[in-house]
Write a protein that binds this ligand. Structure first.
Ligand code: SAM
Length: 276
């Protein structure tokens, strides 16, 4: 069956990499694992050998049909669905535990999948994901590095990430045009610890990174904050007035969020303003 490039079908054929992906999920005995995009079942095979059960979400009808023939129903449930519509929260509730997730992701929707997982973070324990190398570089980047940006801040606010291995195009059939990197993401959201509110913090991060060449202060002013509010919030958060968002660790973003909230609350006479 020819691979469908529009579905990001580059099938992994490196046995060592498959074994390492399965091992990176930890002890799976007695557990249900969730796999995104099982394809022909290369990773699925290793997962079914280690876990009590695998639930695999595959959008391609022909592949889903082949998988149901290849694997016993007691070991594998194939959900024929777009993973972006898949309800991880309901799946975790059905198993009674937070899920471990594996996937050699379809690269054309990598960011939407990462954001979808973040949305369901409470249902998830960890994920071991293969993505395009450049995306893994951005996800795992440290503040001040070339690759640090909105994707790094967003993903890392939901828990620590670490790169595990990088594979050349030849590890896949058909080979993609890019290298691929596997990273592990442990879900441990930092919003409560950093005393920020999730939705408005992520909005601030989007505003801060809106234009890469602008300073943080300019991006905030462009987002509608008054110059005085921006100057005061940066000073209180101990952030250089000329700083760019690319240099700020999560703790500084959180301090900035708190100071902007405190400034807004003071301006409106709200006594319940958060400490800045
Ligand atoms: N896991 C297999 C492997 O490593 O050989 C296949 C990985 S391949 C890179 C990506 C898989 O995701 C394909 O099987 C593709 O059909 C499936 N896929 C593409 N878009 C999808 C979507 N929106 N929802 C679920 N699966 C999708």
């Amino acid at each position: 069956m020819p691979a469908k490039s529009k579905l990001g079908q580059n099938f992994l054929r490196d046995a060592q990499a498959i074994a390492r992906i399965a091992a990176a999920l930890g002890d799976l005995s007695g557990r249900t694992v969730l796999e995104i995009g099982p394809g022909h079942g290369a990773i699925t095979d290793a997962l079914t050998a280690r876990a009590a059960h695998v639930t695999a979400v595959e959008v391609d009808h022909e592949l889903a049909t082949l998988l149901r023939v290849r694997f016993a129903a007691e070991k594998l449930t194939v959900v024929e669905q777009d993973v972006l519509q898949f309800d991880f929260t309901a799946a975790a509730a059905a198993t009674g535990e937070r899920l471990r997730v594996a996937g050699n992701l379809p690269y054309y929707i990598t960011s939407p999948i990462l954001l979808h997982l973040a949305e369901h973070h409470a249902a998830l324990e960890l994920a071991v994901l293969m993505v395009q190398r450049e995306v893994a570089d951005r996800v795992c980047a440290e503040p001040g590095s070339r690759d640090y940006g909105l994707l790094s801040v967003t993903v890392q606010m939901y828990g620590p990430v670490e790169k595990l291995m990088t594979l050349p195009p030849g590890a896949f059939s058909p080979p993609p045009e890019v290298h691929s990197t596997v990273f592990r993401w442990r879900f441990a959201p930092r919003f409560a610890e950093l005393d920020v509110e999730e939705a408005s913090f992520l909005r601030l991060a989007r505003q801060a990174f809106a234009q890469k060449r602008k300073t943080l202060a300019n991006n905030l002013r462009a987002a509608g904050y008054s110059p005085a509010t921006v100057t005061a919030a940066l000073a209180h958060a101990q952030i250089d007035a000329q700083a760019r968002a690319e240099t700020l660790p999560l703790e500084s973003f959180a301090a900035l969020w708190r100071c902007l909230q405190a400034g807004a609350a003071t301006a409106t006479g709200d006594a319940a303003a958060p400490a800045c």
